[in-house]
Design a binder for this molecule. Structure first.
Ligand code: PLP
Length: 390
């Protein structure tokens, strides 16, 4: 094992290993140790590590045009915007580089809309334990414990309610409220699935009170839950949708997609040097083309069934507290704080798995994970649970 690099600022505890090479569901470190990867770039690599789709898209675009500057249109950007509008049922797209940046743009749209159409209302209701990114404003929008006091002062304009409680949400609405912003499933909180009917009720509430509904699908979008976007399972549509993570399949790109009435940016209102650069857009086009098809969704749902079946067997044998999730975003809850120990043992045995909470493990495999890889992963996971819990 090598020592952690002393020239890097320490922002998180990390194992000493450095990752060097990846293919599909596997990744190798500098000592050539192979891992079956259920973290996949943090729910990012929807087609696994280094898929041909990305290699080919980068290879052909990098020879044509990398960045003409944000002052000009480019072909991959136009194609991607069209694709996302068509798939989402929304009207216009703005492209950015990270999830947090897309959420910032969504908040700017909402505040501008409030200025134009709601007498200057600017407050956005978000939820406790939500995760919307790490810019100062998105830390204020997020409901992560401790974040409210980490970098004072906190930007104002956000108010928090409990996730899943529609009555509390309605009581929090004031004349100052302009939007409700939430995740269809809270990812970083540990894969918290709201009560059934909640998203639909939130949609109705937003409509009734003339508010915008912003859905942060940075983690749940791009096929992760078995639909192109999670809201499509609920038969609703947000006014503003944010995408990231899986959209680039491993490269940094994000998007804000909005319904016509919420598309209130005017020239000069928003921008960024790399926004909509052709290289990242070419990759996202290749990812969207591969992932957002009925056949691919069928495969995701097939893999989900296999994972569910394997995890239920684990559930009965090891008396786990709970298994929950949607599609290929699943969590295992323990009644003891053993998740980090299991994660470490699993890594030692060649399985990468995330522990977002001391009692929670999260599985976010590539969406094209095979049934035998699922069996292998659950086998390694079971060994780690047994080792950690005895
Ligand atoms: C990861 C994530 C973000 C932040 O995305 P970054 O690319 O890290 O800025 C925002 N919202 C949700 C739901 C996420 O999972």
């Amino acid at each position: 094992m090598t020592n952690p690099p002393t020239s890097l600022m320490t922002t998180a505890f990390k194992p000493a290993a450095s990752m060097v090479y990846g293919k599909g569901s596997y990744v190798w470190d500098e000592n050539n140790r192979k891992y079956l990867d259920l973290i996949q770039g943090w729910a990012v690599n929807v087609l696994g590590h280094c898929p041909d789709e990305i290699i080919n898209a980068v290879d052909s675009q990098v020879r044509k045009l990398i960045t003409p500057s944000p002052a000009f249109h480019n072909e991959p950007q136009k194609a991607l915007a069209e694709r996302l509008c068509k798939l989402s049922g929304l009207d216009q797209t703005h492209l950015a580089n990270s999830g947090a940046e897309a959420n910032e743009a969504a908040v700017k749209l909402a505040r501008k809309w409030g200025k134009l159409h709601k007498s200057g209302a600017y407050e956005i209701i978000t939820t406790h334990n939500a995760f919307h990114g790490r810019t100062l404003c998105m830390m204020a929008a997020s409901g992560k414990a401790g974040w409210d006091t980490l970098y004072p002062p906190q930007p104002p304009g956000f108010c928090k309610v409990n996730y899943g409680d529609i009555h509390e949400l309605e009581s929090a609405i004031t004349d100052n409220t302009v939007a409700i912003m939430l995740e269809p499933v809270q990812g970083e909180a540990g894969v918290i699935v709201p009560p059934s009917g909640y998203l639909k009720a939130v949609r109705d509430l937003a409509t009734k009170h003339h508010l915008l509904l912003i859905l942060d699908e940075i983690q749940t979008g791009m096929g992760r839950t078995g639909h192109y976007f999670a809201y499509q399972a609920e038969d609703i549509r947000p006014d503003i949708l944010t995408l990231g993570k899986g959209l680039g399949g491993g490269v940094p790109i994000s998007a804000v997609v909005a319904a016509e009435h919420a598309c209130v940016f005017q020239p000069g209102d928003q921008g960024g040097t790399y926004n909509g650069n052709p290289l990242m857009c070419a990759v996202a086009n290749a990812i969207v083309a591969a992932v957002c098809t009925p056949e691919f969704m069928r495969q995701v749902n097939q893999a989900t069934l296999k994972l569910d079946e394997q995890l239920s067997a684990l559930h009965t044998q090891h008396r786990l507290a709970e298994i929950r999730g949607k599609g290929l975003l699943q969590a295992i809850e323990f009644d003891q704080p053993v998740a980090e120990k299991i994660r470490d043992i699993a890594m030692h045995n060649g399985l990468l798995i995330n522990a977002p909470r001391p009692t929670t493990l999260r599985l976010m495999p590539a969406l094209n994970i095979t049934e035998s890889e699922i069996e292998q992963a659950v086998y390694l996971l079971e060994n780690a649970i047994t080792a950690a819990c005895t």
